[in-house]
Design a protein around this ligand. Structure first.
Ligand code: CA
Length: 157
């Protein structure tokens, strides 16, 4: 799992309002890592964790290879399943999962395209914390490679 920001840093008011609640931190930018837990502030914003306490490591997005055998919302098949937490406060920044087969070219993992299924469970992790499951068909892998990352796009005008 790779977690990144686009080249421009998110400057949305929601982020600014949130980070302003932690006036003591040294680097309030989305790329900053004030608590030195390896998780940038911007990702902590999405995960619903604190930028001034190393509480994010246990709630990072999880990836697993899963096999669905029963027809249902997710059709039978082999998938790379990405499960992640999305704080309601981050919704306006539209965080999303992107996929790649070569670590250079990334594209959105859009539900309904390429056999990708996205399931959203409101409050799935508690108040104001949704659980999002992204099922990416392993058939999309090239030479056995299929990579995913959580991205918080720029909202800078
Ligand atoms: Ca951090």
């Amino acid at each position: 799992m790779v977690m990144v920001f686009s080249a421009k840093e998110a400057r949305a008011s929601a982020y600014d309002d949130w980070i302003a609640g932690y006036p003591g931190i040294v680097d309030p930018s989305p790329r900053g890592d004030a608590d030195d837990d390896g998780i940038p502030n911007g990702i902590e914003f999405v995960l619903g964790t604190r930028p001034d306490s190393p509480d994010a490591r246990t709630v990072l997005p999880e990836m697993a290879l899963v096999r669905i055998t029963t027809p249902g919302v997710v059709p039978p098949g082999d998938y790379l399943k990405v499960t992640w937490r999305r704080a309601d406060r981050a919704n306006e920044l539209d965080p999303s999962v992107e996929i790649s087969t070569n670590l250079m070219d990334w594209r959105a993992a859009a539900g309904g395209t390429e056999g990708i299924v996205i399931r959203e469970f409101a409050e799935g992790y508690g108040p104001f914390l949704d659980r999002v499951e992204v099922y990416i068909p392993m058939a999309l892998a090239v030479n056995g490679r299929l990579l995913a990352r959580l991205k918080l796009p720029s909202t800078q005008a």
